[in-house]
Structure formats: C-alpha cells, structure tokens
Design a protein around this ligand. Structure first.
Ligand SMILES: [Zn+2]
Length: 409
C-alpha cells in the first residue's frame, strides 16, 4: 500500500529517499514520524487506515461504500466521524481540521450531512422504516457540504428487509454520498451488501494509544481515576478504548481483582484453602465480587449505548459520560451475576498470566509465585477451558471449584 507517498506530505521535494526500511519500520518509528502523519479529528491510532482513506479522498477515489470492521469499542464510529470531517472540511481537505464550524458539528453529530442509521432497543436491530427513509435520502445530493455521509451502526444487526432497502442505494450510489457500515461481526452482514463495499478491518490499538484515548476522555469529563484502576481497565480492554472506558465505570472491577488475589493465595496454600467454608477468605471474596458485579441485563443495556470516543477539545458533549453502574438487587447472588463475575475473573487472570509469561510482574498487588513457562501455559489453558465451561455449565460455582481443584492438584 505504498506508505511513503501517503505519509509524507508534499514539502517542496524534501521527500526522503525510499529507504528499504520504511515499510516495515513505519510503525516503530518514533514521534517525529507520527507528527507528520495524517490524522482525522478525534481519531487516535489506526494510522495506516487513516492515511489510506485520506489519500483516497485526495485523489477523489474513495469507495462510496465502506465497512469498518473490528471488535467492540475499538473506535469504528469515531473513525467514521473523523472520515466525515475529512470528506467535508474546507480548511483541511482530505484530513479535517477538527476546529471549523463544519468539523465541530460533525464531531458532535449535528451536521446535516452526517446521517446515522442506528439500531433500536435492546437488540440494537436496524428496522425497515428508518432504513427506507435513509435510502430515499441517499438519492439526493449533499445538503451543504461536498459530501453526505451515512453511517449504519451496527450493520451486522440489520433486519433482512432493512438490508434489502439499503441495498439498492449502496449499489447505485449518488455522487457525493458515502456509506460507512460499522460491524463487529462481518459474518452477520449480508453478502450482497459486503460485495458492494470495501471492507476495512481495524486492528486493536496498543496499550499506549488506548491509554491516551482513555486519558483524553477522562479529562474531557473532568474525571480523575487512580492510576491502578486505569491500568487495570486498559490491560483488560486489550486495545479497545471503548471497552476500557466501560470497564472504568464498572463497580465490580476491583472486587473481582480482590477475588483473583484471594484465589491465587488459596491456590498457594492448597486444597484446604480452596475447599473451605463460605466464610473463608476465598469464598467471602467470591461473594463480595459477585454482589459488586452489575446485573448482566443492565450491562446489556449499557452495551446498547456503546461508548463512543470523541475528542473535541474545549467542548463538552453533554451526553457522553462514564457509566456509573449501581448494582440494583444488591443482596442477590444470581447465577447470571455469578457467571459475569467468573467470566471477568477469568479475563483478569489471563491478563495476569499473559503478563507473567512475558516476563513481567503481572497485575499489581497479586501474588505471583515463581512458575515455569509450562505451568503458566497450562494454567492459561485450564482457564480458557473454564471460560468454555462457563457457557455450558449452569452451576457456575461448581465450574469454578473444578477449575481450582485441577489447578491445586
Ligand atoms: Zn474543518
């Protein structure tokens, strides 16, 4: 994808020679290079994709139908908005300045040439009627800008009739109209739609970039959170800033970390500590964690309003906020809640082991006895198996006990 030409802006022939290292070394190059790279307003990371899109706009060759695919919380919607700026900004064409009136309205979802077709209700399913409306609108030229951008989110949860309604418009695009389809799971997007679009897979961000986005969001919201909690959320989110932000608002996170600490300590002591009464440190930590974990149904509702990551300096978008989840039925250790706790515990545990496998200390404050690579790998496999069992076994606590029994043997 010829990165050199794209990344280096025209600077009166000061272009550096084509060094063979450029292509591979591009990502590893430090700040000097980054500062020269193209970046859409509000977007952090995804450098290669941003450069490619920007170049395509410059050459007036941007595909009219794009699918941004990637895990939840990775910044697909943010990228779509940044792209809309780049397509319409007069101050910085093909990039977006982020400051002009048009860009600001784009970033705050208030531009007349940004149309969103979003899912409704718990299932976030896109319905026929709004799809038809958008489809009709797509037959017209942009209102005020050079381009009209329609974002379909989530494109992988479309009612088949809604998909059919969109198909024709995507197939026969009106000039200046661009479709951006957002999908977590490409398999659930209609083949006939995919075949008319260009699929752009987004990669997970590095921990540093995730941290940068999280920090910017917290600042924007005037929130301060302790370092430890932030690091924990970032390492768990595995390159998806939206997920990290969601985790920061999760009341069960710390309690689950304490549960993991108690679990590791119990394993160190042996089966006696594992199979002890409800008042033992392990099982009281279990209970505390389960009760601190938000009800999964409430969580599903939150996921519906998936956190989007917009950075508009100096402006506070009122509707964005870190979710504060309060456990409603505080005293009930429901199976759903147990399952959520166990799932989160497994994730944390895997992060801890992965860190240790990389020769690092692991999550802070957790016991980390010296274990060989073999032992660590075996533990990881056992935990992954536990994750699979969780989905099948209705008795969560029993699954957990089985895991502990296999590890303490
Ligand atoms: Zn602008």
């Amino acid at each position: 994808m010829a990165p050199e030409g794209a990344i280096t802006p025209d600077r009166g022939g000061v272009t550096r020679e084509r060094k063979p290292t450029t292509e591979d070394g591009r990502r590893a190059l430090p700040c000097a290079h980054v500062s020269e790279s193209v970046q859409f307003p509000g977007v952090v990371g995804h450098d290669r994709i941003v450069a490619m899109l920007s170049r395509a706009i410059e050459r007036q060759r941007l595909h009219h139908g794009l699918v941004f695919a990637g895990p939840r919380g990775i910044g697909k919607a943010t990228l779509a908005r940044g792209l809309a700026c780049a397509l319409t900004c007069d101050v910085a064409p093909a990039r977006g300045c982020g400051r002009c009136d048009g860009c600001r309205r784009m970033l705050l979802d208030r531009h007349t040439d940004l149309r969103k077709l979003e899912g409704e209700g718990k299932s976030r399913m896109i319905k026929v009627e709004p799809a038809r409306e958008v489809s009709i609108r797509a037959q017209h030229a942009p209102f005020e800008a050079r381009a009209h951008v329609i974002v379909v989110d989530p494109a992988d949860r479309m009612n088949p009739r809604a998909a059919a309604a969109l198909l024709k418009s995507i197939e026969e695009p009106r000039e200046g109209v661009y479709w951006v389809l957002i999908a977590t799971n490409l398999h659930d997007v209609l083949d006939t739609i995919l075949s008319r679009c260009m699929v752009i897979p987004l990669e997970r961000l590095g921990a540093e970039q995730t941290g940068e986005i999280v920090a910017a969001q917290l600042e924007l919201r005037g929130l301060e959170l302790d370092d430890e909690r932030r690091k924990l959320a970032i390492s768990l989110a595995d390159g998806c800033p939206g997920v990290a932000l969601e985790l920061l608002g999760d009341t069960g996170l710390e309690a689950t970390r304490d549960l993991l600490a108690a679990t590791l300590r119990a394993l160190e002591i042996g089966p006696g500590a594992v199979f002890s009464g409800d008042r033992s440190p392990l099982w009281s930590a279990w209970k505390t964690a389960v009760l601190a974990t938000p009800d999964p149904d409430e969580q599903a509702e939150q996921a519906d309003e998936e956190e989007e990551v917009v950075v508009v300096k100096g402006k506070k978008p009122g509707k964005k906020k870190v979710k504060k989840t309060a456990a409603k039925s505080e005293s009930k250790e429901t199976p759903a809640r147990q399952r959520a706790t166990a799932g989160r515990l497994a994730e944390l545990w895997l992060v801890h082991l992965r860190e240790r496998l990389l020769g690092r200390e692991g999550l802070r404050g957790l016991p980390s006895p010296t274990l060989g690579t073999d032992r660590l790998t075996r533990q990881m496999q056992a935990i992954q198996q536990f994750q699979t069992n969780l989905a099948r076994n209705p008795n969560v606590r029993l699954s957990f006990e089985q895991l502990l029994s296999s590890l303490s043997a």
